[in-house]
Design a protein around this ligand. Sequence first.
Ligand SMILES: Nc1nc2c(c(=O)[nH]1)N[C@H]1C(S)=C(S)[C@@H](COP(=O)(O)OP(=O)(O)OC[C@H]3O[C@@H](n4cnc5c(=O)[nH]c(N)nc54)[C@H](O)[C@@H]3O)O[C@H]1N2
Ligand SMILES: Nc1nc2c(c(=O)[nH]1)N[C@H]1C(S)=C(S)[C@@H](COP(=O)(O)OP(=O)(O)OC[C@H]3O[C@@H](n4cnc5c(=O)[nH]c(N)nc54)[C@H](O)[C@@H]3O)O[C@H]1N2
Ligand SMILES: [Mo]
Length: 844
Amino acid sequence: MRGDPDHPANYGRLCSKGVALGETMSLNDRLLAPRVNGAETGWDDALDLVADRFSSAIAQHGPDAVAFYVSGQLLTEDYYVANKLMKGFIGSANIDTNSRLCMASTVAGHKRAFGTDTVPGTYEDIELADLVVLVGSNLAWCHPVLYQRLAQAKVDRPEMRVVVIDPRRTATCDLADLHLALESGSDVALFNRLLTAIHEGGAVDADYLRHVDGFDATLRAAASEDGTATNLAERDIRFFCDLWVRTEKVVTVFSQGVNQSTSGTDKVNAILNCHLATGRIGRPGMGPLSVTGQPNAMGGREVGGLANALACHMDLAEPAHRDAVQALWNAPAMPHQAGLKAVDLFDRVADGTIKALWIICTNPAVSMPEADRVRDAIRGCDFVVVSDVTERTDTAQLAHVLLPATGWAEKDGTVTNSDRTISRQRALLPAPGRARHDWDILADVGRRMGWPEAFNYSHPSQIFDEHAALSSVAAGFGLDFDISGLRALGQEGYDAFPPTRWPVTLAGTIERFYADGGFHTPNGRARMVPVMARAPVARTGPRFPFRLNTGRIRDQWHTMTRTAKAPRLNQHLGEPFLQVHPDDAATLGIEPATLVEVTSPTGRCVLRASITDRVTRGQVFAPIHWTAQTAPTGRVDALVASAVDPLSGQPESKAAVVALAPFAADWFGFAVSTTALKADCAYWARSKGTGGWRAELAGTTTPGDWEAEARRLFDLPDAACQSISDPSGGIARLAFSQDGLLVAALFVSRAPVALSRDHLAAQLGQLLDAPLAGRPGADRPDPGPALCACMNVGRNTILAAIGSGEAATVAEVGACTTAGTNCGSCRPEIAALLERHQMLTAAE
Ligand SMILES: Nc1nc2c(c(=O)[nH]1)N[C@H]1C(S)=C(S)[C@@H](COP(=O)(O)OP(=O)(O)OC[C@H]3O[C@@H](n4cnc5c(=O)[nH]c(N)nc54)[C@H](O)[C@@H]3O)O[C@H]1N2
Ligand SMILES: Nc1nc2c(c(=O)[nH]1)N[C@H]1C(S)=C(S)[C@@H](COP(=O)(O)OP(=O)(O)OC[C@H]3O[C@@H](n4cnc5c(=O)[nH]c(N)nc54)[C@H](O)[C@@H]3O)O[C@H]1N2
Ligand SMILES: [Mo]
């Protein structure tokens, strides 16, 4: 796997997940044929059934009795066809997407301020800025390639300043000159303080205000806010405001810490207000920059994949827009009202209003708030179709009809990134088994439902062409999304299409929007929006005293259906965990590496305790990635209530309330096995490592016969077993071999199992050589858990290089061990090891 050195988004850099893609491409868990109620069928049978069931639900109950729930990981062409089928032909707007959980607040904020959903700037602006403010963004782990561009810019121009605004001290903070650990949800209060400071500091651009409405009212609202909601020290707020006010070239990058909030839209506008008041927008090195998450979150916004949008940034509520789209599509029926947004959509699935549901390229049984309720709602729905690349997802297991889609390496189409660059994604491999492209499956259903002409596509370039044609209609209404210059590329032009930033009109392109006004509102002026801070909807109290923040880790992608296949990606953090402040852990009697029972008004989890001052007191953090396939008590969205932003409908995924208690484990276990093991104890989390599977286990009652228990766990009724046990001390160690080679081992103890996991795993498939010792002999160094996933370098190897004095900087660690020399997202962790070493040696 290598990056494309000419691509303007990454210049050849890849992140750890990109580097490991090769390890995710095996077909062993791929869905390769359609299935109806678990049985393989041909495409004709499966798609006739889908078309029939959707048509009959519509005939009996009307078009709003059906829904699609789609994804920002679809290609633009897939998304376009899904949206066209639902909005133009079925005649309902009940198509929503996981972008509702991701970007909806930014879309709503952009539209309020600019009149359209426009990202004014570009990635280069991050490099050109003198101050980069990262709000609710863990760029080092979630956008590692952009983070590297930022880190390099800071090396090149050390005077550049970086501020991170995040309640938690993340890996991104290592690059920051200032970290503001504000109170969860209080961003509006901080940016209102900033707006006041902008005014008082004379940084308002009076000339630019010609292009802006609402300045006075917005300033008045801001001035009534004193910033106490942020819980930040006054001098830190001042320092931040001063820096912002006196630095003209400022880029404010924002992401899920902003969007996933019941005041998400207001947070977005609070940020945009500051850029509009200063005219720091649309010029090199200046502007607000929303960074999207999914590969094609932006393409989905462009085709109007949200329930309240229409293709090409046109508006469903606007009759002229509706009519124009209807005419171009030659569509029989266009809905006049917005459809159901994700949370409402699953509520209507739960109460039976939705009779037929098609879920494409997303895993809502895991990723939606109140995930247990959503899972039950899907289970109870009359007819559920799931299109996925694998059947091993919590959602796919609930489907009546499972449709095999091609995966990224087989797909053919386009995606748009956060800075409006459209890239061509070309297939590397043929479709495996009977898998088909998502656009092709959707179009086939459209034809079978009775619209052969509208869905008569045989190549994605035809779809792109139609999309480009529609964009010139949108441009006719004065909208931003105009790719009419890309019309009639034809298949050849489409195949050769280089990365291109929109807009691309017949007249040419522009880099950035709004340096000279020209907003997409009716009067052409931007709108500053008066906003006031609001606390998260769920309030902590005696029953649920902790605030649960959630997010991502470096080496996993969402619900892990692909990243979990790559052993090297499972080594960084191989198990679901909960970050707890040391004082809170001490008060509650939570010991390091034990398990914590987490309860909320909506659900329950059991997670490994990670005691750290990266979170403040009263705050805990858990990653979102684990599922019933990998760790059934680690489904964090079971804990999150489905409160939503009133404008965007985006759920408050980062501010649930929970109670914590030590999990009363009677025993802890660690197992390795050459085959996937099947646990059924109170707690388990499994992952695929180099050499084989690993599982962390715990139970509340100790089995009488560990050998029988282990044989069941490993499905090894006959393998030879060696064991050591001390029932009174709660200790058991069992090793299973076949033909003298180790095939599985289980270590059990009363306390969390302390042993070198890599060492034990490395012995799988080897001649039985004292595996029950649990530690390597002195002659064999243990590299430790992989810290650098790209180059596969263990923590101990890095510590050894540091300890020997050979490496005193991150660059020297790289030179000695290769760690951190690829994507660089582990460099903050290497720096932390260096710092700790330097502190320890200084103390000596
Ligand atoms: N490794 C990895 N990278 C990914 C993904 C992945 O699954 N894994 N997913 C991709 C996707 S789809 C997305 S959307 C992006 C998300 O990218 P990010 O938004 O950077 O990631 P998150 O970890 O969800 O959240 C960012 C931060 O918001 C902080 N936060 C929580 N509450 C608040 C608050 O009230 N105010 C502020 N200012 N901050 C707050 C959290 O502590 C967290 O550190 O990542 C993309 N990149
Ligand atoms: N508490 C909490 N919850 C969150 C978040 C959070 O920060 N906190 N973040 C939210 C955000 S920002 C996001 S984006 C969501 C992500 O949540 P999801 O979208 O539910 O997560 P994924 O694992 O990306 O799901 C993608 C699915 O599509 C399948 N797939 C992959 N490629 C293809 C393809 O080409 N075609 C088809 N048909 N299927 C394919 C994968 O196997 C997988 O099952 O989670 C949201 N939920
Ligand atoms: Mo996302």
